[in-house]
Write a protein that binds this ligand. Sequence first.
Ligand code: NAP
Length: 328
Amino acid sequence: MANVFVTQHIGTAGVQKLRQAGHEVTYRDKTEPMTAAELQTAVRPADGLVCLLTDRLDTAVLDAAPNLKMIANVAVGYDNIDVAAATERGILVSNTPDVLTEATADHAFALLLALARRLPEADAFMRAGKYEKFEMFPPLLGLEVTGKTLGIVGLGRIGAAVARRGALGFGMQVLYTANGAKTAVEQALGAQKVSLPELLRQSDFVSINVPLTPETRHLFTLDTLRQMKPTACLINTARGPIVKEADLLQALREGIIWGAALDVFEAEPQMTPGLADYHERLVVAPHLGSATGETRQKMVETAVTNLLAGLSNQTPPNALNAAALGRE
Ligand code: NAP
């Protein structure tokens, strides 16, 4: 039997499964994260942890948990966890890949279409009673999507799923960046690997799908945005700090790019001052990429499965550092 701490609300099914496996579970059934000090106190007795992306697991937290064997993040991104420090302390870390890929790609495409066809602006226009006459060239003219060029920055699981929607659903040409070549996707979709400057120069829609790392933090600044077409759109469903938000606001105001759609923010849940007041060609959502009922449930199940494996000395299916810990 292990002591498991669940940092935030994940629903009762996951907690029940942990209890049925015989573990002593402390369930903090709250929808806001703890402060750093609260988290350090709460993790002290824990052997296992289930946490969300808003829980920052840094060295101070890891050092406050002398018994900790396993951290199961309920997210695919794990920029909230110092994985190297966890590995040094012999702590397994897992994430929830694959189960959220399609939902997140759907959301990226929903944002892309909403932006291109100006749906939030159109919705506000109707509700304000401004629709008085049909016009051939109305104020809310949008952008054609079909047949355009889609640039995927980070063609991994989600990037490939966005590319598939673009290529097969909308006849788009797909350009991409990644660390390695993705030959299967190239063959299936006719996608082409190019440098980031080339992708920015050619793409009509740029979808950010890289993880947040020291290399990708502020990958998009004014300098990057200036390399895009003035008719191009930026869609970010990855992590907020990949885009320097003040620079994006300037780029939108000055017409350096046509528009942007953001699911994630640099200092979430806040938006850079000025961004919320900017209504034209900017679509925003409160980090809803994977937020369908089915997918969120699968994420919890995946995290619980990982934790149960790790606590019973098996290799968790989605361990990030099993090899480094000699656990494969
Ligand atoms: P993934 O399969 O690991 O894909 C990431 C891709 O980015 C990989 O193909 C990787 O290339 C590439 N990459 C990494 N660093 C790069 C760099 N500096 N330049 C160019 N490409 C780079 O991860 P995923 O499952 O698709 O998830 C991607 C991210 O989406 C997550 O990390 C998370 O932050 C975010 N996310 C957000 C939501 C949301 O709710 N908005 C939901 C789910 C995920 P290689 O494969 O060649 O190494």
